[in-house]
Design a protein around this ligand. Sequence first.
Ligand code: GLN
Length: 535
Amino acid sequence: METKYIFVTGGVVSSLGKGIISSSLARLLLSRGYSVTIQKFDPYINIDPGTLNPYEHGECYVTIDGHEADLDLGHYERFTDIRTTRANNMTTGRIFQSVIDKERRGDYLGKTVQIIPHITDEIKHSILSLGSTGNYDFVITEIGGTVGDIESTPFLEAVRQLKWELGKNALSLHLTYVPYLKAAKELKTKPTQHSVKQLQSIGIQPDILVLRTEKDIPAGMRRKVAQFCNVAPDAVIQSIDASSIYRVPQMMHEQGLDDLVLRLTGTESKGTPDHTAWNEFLRKLESAQEEVTIGLVGKYVELQDAYKSINESLMQAATYCDRKLNLVYIHSEKLTDENADEMLSGMDGVIIAPGFGQRGIEGKFVALKWCREHDVPTFGICLGMQCMVIEYARNVLGYKDANSTEMDSETKHNVIDIMEEQKNISNMGGTMRLGAYNCRLKPGSIPAEAYGKEMVSERHRHRYEFNSDYREQFESSGLECVGENPDTGLVEVVQVPALKWFVGTQYHPEYQSTVLNPHPLFLSFIKAAIRNHKD
Ligand code: GLN
């Protein structure tokens, strides 16, 4: 079949969950047997979010091909099991960079380079190039930002042109907000009408409206919205606050969103969708009674989105173990030897979070020492693994000044050191060791047992590594290197076998855990935490 393009825009306010709606629609179309991919355009000028502080846009997600991406790509993968790449995430910065590079090469020789047509053509090219691979029946393109933002204008103009050129093969889905005014006890559709008017004034007629709401929108009110906005009555769908984002595909399906998309794009239905596995996950999620309590030690604990993929991986693993996840954020800047007992003793398991820089690092050492001495299941991820190694060097090997050269470039005991290939890099953007690399696991180790195999591929985002000069000393003192890169010998995984579950990974397993395929290491960690559960 010809590739169909679905453009997802948002209006009224930000944070309505365009990523969740796009992911849910992708999930529904996949369940019906179509091949689908999702792409996000971010209207900021950064080339990628890799240099952004998590306070700005939450976690930086990493694709297998080493692209530092918007966290929505994490939603896409978790909902769909699609493996995204750099082609699935574009920013204004990358679009402009590509056009400016072409201008310097002389590709536009003699011409004035302009937003229209050059920037818009570049945007259209990135949208269509996914479809032109012939791999997808549907390409869902999410336009970041809110309609009316100056930054989004070129993207919306490209959508307008494509809708015109592609005819029935393109659809516009607009997500808006219907606020409930407590004082008037009324839902208000005016902001939606205004937002649609704004989209129409750009030349885009939405085909489907999804209305985010906290309360049920009566059918009559939805009909009114349809009339005001030139859309079919059944194309006004509500997205009411859900107990879990993973309920949204079902909620969209019940209102016929997938049927509507097939009808509007003239796509033949392949029969009824199969939601069995998804529904089984939801059943487990909603029926779990007993809790498993996990402490997450990090410095961005005020911000839910900073550790998004870790939270989701823990929740997925807990769900498959029939437990409700009780995630306790522990601020690493506030953790000291004096309060460690109080802050950590209620935890069934502890995660030491990834990160960069000095801030909050001492609290991670405090947590690691406490967990090691109390034999609490502990999982160190990236910087968390590096801290595991440093704490062990300080308190078991006796090197009080042990450190990473990231924190102290002068340290004599640089048990974590800058990677050789990173030494001469001064640019900050996209220059870390990024993306998927193989790791060989030691037979019989916790990770090898968890994965059920010895060769795995996991994603990375780091500049520093375990200093192999210390490997023998660590191993003879009880901290084993149980995973390494088969080509370079870089230490990827450490474990203290004398403890119940004390594992650190240089890689980020959280980027590969999905609803239908929870990550084996997180499952193994949660099982250990459950065994450690104290009432
Ligand atoms: N700051 C560490 C490094 O660059 C760890 C990075 C991380 O946790 N993602 O190696």
